[in-house]
Ligand binder design. Sequence first.
Ligand SMILES: Nc1ncnc2c1ncn2[C@@H]1O[C@H](COP(=O)(O)OP(=O)(O)O)[C@@H](O)[C@H]1O
Ligand SMILES: Cc1ncc(C[n+]2csc(CCOP(=O)(O)OP(=O)(O)O)c2C)c(N)n1
Ligand SMILES: [Mg+2]
Length: 322
Amino acid sequence: MSQREFDLIQRYFRQAVSPAADLPVGIGDDGAVVLAGNTNLAWVMDTINEDVHFPHDAPGAAVGHRALAVNLSDMVAMGAQPRWMLLSLCLPEVDEAWLADFSDGLLSLARDSGVTLAGGDTTRGPLSVAVTLLGPLHGQAVQRSGARPGDRLLVSGTLGDARAGLDIALGDGHAADAVESELLKRYLYPQARLALSPLLARHARAAIDLSDGLVGDLTHLLSASGVGATIHSQRLPRSRALMAHAEEESDALALSGGDDYEILCAVAPEAVETLVREAAAEGIMLSDIGEITQGPELTVLDRDGQPVPLEAGFSHFGDDDA
Ligand SMILES: Nc1ncnc2c1ncn2[C@@H]1O[C@H](COP(=O)(O)OP(=O)(O)O)[C@@H](O)[C@H]1O
Ligand SMILES: Cc1ncc(C[n+]2csc(CCOP(=O)(O)OP(=O)(O)O)c2C)c(N)n1
Ligand SMILES: [Mg+2]
């Protein structure tokens, strides 16, 4: 979410009493936390719209997969276990072949993630899918606000692939070779890092999932925590496919490409080794990209130690027309 979207929510929706006893985490994090009986449940919602979040010719299975994956990623960032899903489906028309494909993409990911569809809503209008997930925390809620100066910044997987894949999807939509098809897949089928969720609950001070681009989302974590950071562009993890496809632009794609759905976390230096080892045992690579500073600035250094000019993250409404 950009500053503009944040300002709109602050102005019209943010309630005075938050957090409350039964709402330990309210508006402003990757998800809310509600206290039901004596269980803390994380609760998230993300919507995806045709031509905004996915192209009109995206396969139905990719749309179904994405609608759930982007929400799973928010649950992971909170350190929660996704359990129950509500699905709101807004369809322009009934296309049964598309629906079969869509439900396949959605429900096979749900099955693999241990999520049950509990209800929803179906309406007619421009194609849009909203998913809500609910589930218990693995331990402490992992919030955006917990980072402290001296913490290391770790990021999962590789960055920039999805943005390169989006450009391929918006071209003729066909991958020319194995490299392009890998990048296209990274865009069309984001993989939430579910296995990281309990590890974050144990070892991370703060986390956010990367939907808008590293710089934009890191900025949110920094302002929630009241700290700054220095990161190093040559440490940003990049896939072989990205380097083969767009090495020259790979810094920019990794810094602000968007749609990565990787996890960025701040970790006390003494906890880094254990977290990296436990994540590796789950098949998840974590890269140390820099450190939290007193702040409030975010500085990105290039390989010569020179600051890189920063681009803002993705914004639905633009930042300048407020
Ligand atoms: N219309 C809204 N009403 C209330 N809260 C909202 C609304 N839209 C977004 N939020 C809240 O604002 C925060 C940031 O939203 P967003 O950037 O979409 O988070 P994320 O990138 O994790 O999906 C979240 O806590 C979200 O719940
Ligand atoms: C067809 C298409 N064009 C552009 C994008 C790029 N894009 C659209 S929304 C977005 C940011 C993430 O979406 P948002 O609704 O802000 O998700 P949230 O931050 O709430 O998780 C990005 C990078 C895309 N995914 N698909
Ligand atoms: Mg959102």
